[in-house]
Design a protein around this ligand. Structure first.
Ligand SMILES: Nc1ncnc2c1ncn2[C@@H]1O[C@H](COP(=O)(O)OP(=O)(O)OP(=O)(O)O)[C@@H](O)[C@H]1O
Ligand SMILES: [Mg+2]
Length: 212
């Protein structure tokens, strides 16, 4: 009689449900990885196509960046290091950005809301823009809430946590480096307009909170 090997037991899904997410985006909930405080696990906020597509796009975008074969592109983009089963569905694992004091870094919208657009944030934004131009990364509608501001003692370093590839203009960008540079410049102007709106909203907010 042929004795078949027992089927491998499914590995335990990673337990996230008992933990509060450290952030809730519109499409994903973000958890600190239970086994590593320097990693985060993102799971779809709902089982709808929007949320699942974002998870898929992050994975595809990361693969395309990895295919460049240069590590420098991950200096300001968190590489996805794993895809795991969790008790909240499939999760993608990436580096969790923390400030120099160990606190989880906040997104640029939150930092501008609290501090306004300070000179050191302006310098950090210029640094991120220079980096995107030199790495020649054409992002997809990067908004300040998709940029994480890491506080490093004296200043900030900005990391891009989503929208790493611009699908709409990928083909056009592939035609000639000059075309790609123009498209990157246009994305960066769009980003600047969003930052200006966030700064204006922060100023309006602090005026309305100020005593008469
Ligand atoms: N790697 C990370 N390190 C630190 N904070 C992060 C990281 N990834 C996400 N965050 C925080 O979690 C928030 C939500 O993450 P993310 O943008 O991936 O979710 P989403 O649901 O896809 O976003 P959106 O609200 O833009 O649709 C971010 O705005 C940021 O504050
Ligand atoms: Mg986001």
């Amino acid at each position: 009689m042929k004795i078949s090997k027992p089927a491998a037991l499914p590995a335990h899904p990673l337990a996230l449900a008992g933990q509060e997410p450290f952030a809730r985006g519109t499409k994903r909930h973000c958890y600190v990885h239970p086994d590593d405080p320097d990693l985060c696990v993102k799971v779809a906020a709902r089982a709808d196509e929007d949320c699942l597509r974002q998870q898929r796009w992050d994975l595809e975008d990361c693969e395309r960046l990895r295919a460049r074969g240069t590590d420098s592109v991950f200096e300001r983009i968190p590489a996805i290091t794993d895809v795991v089963d969790t008790d909240l569905g499939r999760g993608i694992v990436m580096r969790l950005y923390r400030d120099h004091d160990g606190r989880i870094s906040r997104n640029l919208s939150g930092v501008i809301r609290e501090h306004g657009l300070t000179p050191s944030l302006v310098r950090a934004i210029d640094g991120m823009k220079r980096w995107l131009r030199s790495e020649r990364v054409l992002t997809r509608d990067t908004a300040p809430y998709n940029v994480v501001a890491v506080r490093s003692g004296g200043g900030w370093t900005l990391m891009i946590i989503e929208g790493w590839e611009n699908r709409k203009y990928r083909w056009l960008a592939s035609l000639h480096p000059f075309v790609k540079d123009r498209l990157i410049a246009r994305q960066l102007r769009k980003f600047d307009r969003r930052v200006s709106r966030a700064a204006a909203a922060s100023e309006a907010g602090s005026r309305s909170r100020a005593p008469p």
